[in-house]
Design a protein around this ligand. Structure first.
Ligand code: SF4
Length: 374
């Protein structure tokens, strides 16, 4: 008998043995063609994608890690006919399962109800602008913003926990404040996951914000998170952890200078119900399985450690030279290698690979100079 999906004690997870989060791209098929799509999604399913039977076996293998968070992603996972069975299997194995469907007509009210009934813990949905114009331009489908709001409303009415994913680019950077304030009023909001563009798939480097803007956005996110009634996390910007520590140290110094002794209420590095308590990074607490079974350190780092058709996901994650090297902060190069924050940050390995072709190279979009501290 499998254990029910309860929250494990994250601080006890050894990332050398088990990831905090497993992402499975169940298909690359999708009816949208978003500007920055990591997967360069296609309208049709790839005949080589993992079969349902292979998928069920994969879920059992993932359970050997313990109870990592499992995210079923795509493409659009709704393009898999057996998606509800996959949710069902994962949930009954004791996995905490989330899914990120594309906001298309496939996500009906009935579909959302069925997801919840089958054991889905959370729905993640993308929202890349505070208004129709910017979001629809990203998604390249008029009406996509309104469709997203409808899906959100269905999830809220059904009582399904909600995660909003937003990719920051130069096109929407100025809308983040407005979007964040809007999300504060949404019932059911559990997590705002803010993605920073990695120039891979359809993501283009000319759409990226500058390193200085990264810093501004990360500092703003830290301030925002103090009053947000939900968790805030970043993807492909692990330097958020460095920014949090620096901001907290700054505040402590200001409090001491002002004679205050009361502890400050606000963002704590290890606070939050589903946030990892230590530095998750590509291949280190994080693993991505492609639609054809390739095991990547993240969806933005297309270097394979092996294929689940030939080897166990557990063995690939724990023992492949690729994953082992990504968990060794002492192998990092350039300023990340010299940085005192490298063990909690380490820079985006995916962006280093996309920019330099070397996943151990320094993070190209961090303004911090090692030794500068706070
Ligand atoms: S230099 Fe590298 S390790 Fe240091 S804070 Fe920047 S990205 Fe992180």
């Amino acid at each position: 008998m499998n254990a029910p999906a309860r929250k494990p004690n994250f601080s006890e997870i050894d990332f050398n043995l088990s990831p905090f989060i497993v992402i499975w791209e169940v298909t690359q098929a999708c009816d949208l063609a978003c500007l920055h799509c990591r997967a360069s999604a296609q309208p049709r399913r790839n005949p080589l994608e993992l079969t349902a039977e292979e998928g069920y076996g994969l879920l059992e293998d993932i359970r050997r890690f313990g109870q990592p968070m499992l995210v079923l992603t795509g493409g659009d996972p709704m393009k898999r006919p057996e998606i509800f069975d996959l949710i069902d299997r994962a949930a009954s194995l004791g996995l905490r399962v989330a899914m990120s469907p594309s906001a298309t007509p496939l996500v009906t009210r009935e579909a959302v109800e069925e997801m919840k009934r089958r054991g889905l813990m959370r729905m993640a949905i993308s929202l890349d602008g505070a208004e129709d114009r910017s979001h629809d331009a990203f998604r390249r489908v008029p009406g996509s913003f309104q469709r997203t709001l409808e899906v959100v409303r269905d999830a809220q009415e059904i009582g399904l926990s909600l995660q909003i994913n937003t990719t920051v680019t130069r096109h929407n950077r100025r809308e983040l404040v407005e979007l964040g304030e809007r999300l504060k009023g949404w019932p059911g909001m559990a997590l705002w996951s803010v993605f920073f563009l990695v120039p891979t798939g359809r993501g283009r480097s000319e759409d990226e914000i500058t390193p200085e803007e990264y810093e501004d956005v990360l500092v703003w996110l830290y301030e925002f998170s103090k009053t947000a009634p939900f968790d805030v996390k970043t993807t492909a910007a692990p330097h958020f952890r460095r920014v949090i520590l620096q901001q907290q140290a700054r505040e402590k110094r200001q409090d001491q200078a002002g004679g205050k002794t009361a502890p400050r209420i606000g963002f704590a590095l290890n606070a939050g119900s589903d946030r990892a308590p230590k530095g998750v990074n590509d291949g280190n607490g994080f693993v991505f399985i492609s639609h054809t079974g390739e095991v990547f350190p993240s969806g933005f780092l297309p270097v394979s450690g092996g294929n689940v058709r030939q080897a166990s996901i557990v063995d690939i994650y724990r023992d492949s030279p690729l994953f082992r090297s990504l968990r060794d902060a002492d192998l990092l190069k350039g300023k990340c290698g010299a940085c005192e924050f490298r063990k909690i940050c380490g820079g985006s390995r995916a962006r280093a690979y996309a920019v330099y072709g070397d996943f151990l190279a320094e993070e190209p979009f961090c303004v911090y100079e090692p030794g500068g501290q706070k």
